[in-house]
Design a protein around this ligand. Structure first.
Ligand SMILES: [Zn+2]
Length: 75
């Protein structure tokens, strides 16, 4: 299944920053047990976790952080 276009969305998905249609697309896709996306979601969970840490010993990649912030501001 072609699902690489969902790649950029998992962090936003976990942060609850996606629109309804994107969110339901991800729901539906994860229900299909795609191994790639299951792994991707696991990585995204780690990223979001580090993003939320109050002290920044772990660096979140800047482009990702910028992307997440942009998305959040747009809502
Ligand atoms: Zn997938």
């Amino acid at each position: 299944m072609e699902c690489r276009h969902l790649d950029d969305l998992y962090e936003l998905y976990l942060l609850g920053a996606l629109g309804v249609s994107e969110r339901s697309e991800i729901h539906e896709h994860l229900r299909a047990d795609c191994p790639y996306c299951t792994e991707r979601l696991r990585q995204a969970a780690l990223t979001v976790y580090f993003l939320a840490l109050p002290d920044r010993k772990v660096r979140v990649p800047q482009p990702l952080k910028a992307q997440v912030l942009r998305r959040l501001i747009k809502k």
